[in-house]
Design a protein around this ligand. Structure first.
Ligand code: HEC
Length: 109
């Protein structure tokens, strides 16, 4: 096999895996979001005057921020957000991040 075709095959495989796993994670994330987070951040994650818009935020930022609230290490402190992340496992956290970061930034509020 030529280098180019093996490279293409590798790329296709990566693509396949990404799509294979994302829907599961997003479905789990949607479940978490729509049982809890929507109460303050809105149905579409667009926020309001007291809760931030989180829809479409980049996933690394979301992950780090949620871990900071959860850990109670004092870097990012907000009692409601500490309470709302404390019970999330790392898997839950990744799932909710996958869901939120894929939300549209200009859906209706
Ligand atoms: C009781 C209301 C409430 C609930 C429920 C809630 N949040 Fe929040 N969230 C807030 C408030 C208020 C802030 C701003 C806190 C601050 O200034 O750090 C915030 C901040 C955040 C931020 C940081 C935004 C930024 O721009 O830095 C993220 C991410 C976030 N919430 C995600 C979530 C997720 C995910 C859930 C569900 C697991 C959730 N929130 C549930 C009220 C809530």
């Amino acid at each position: 096999m030529s280098d180019i075709s093996s490279h293409l095959q590798e790329a296709a495989l990566t693509h396949f895996w990404t799509h294979e796993q994302a829907p599961d994670d997003e479905a789990k994330g949607k479940d978490i979001f729509s049982k809890n987070c929507f109460r303050c951040h809105g149905d579409n994650g667009l926020g309001d005057e007291t809760s931030a818009r989180i829809a479409g935020q980049q996933s690394d930022y979301l992950k780090l921020t949620l871990q900071r609230y959860k850990s109670g290490n004092g870097i990012r402190v907000d009692p409601p957000m500490a309470a709302n992340t404390r019970l999330l496992s790392d898997g839950d956290l990744n799932a909710v991040v996958a869901y939120i970061s894929a939300l549209s930034t200009n859906a209706p509020k």
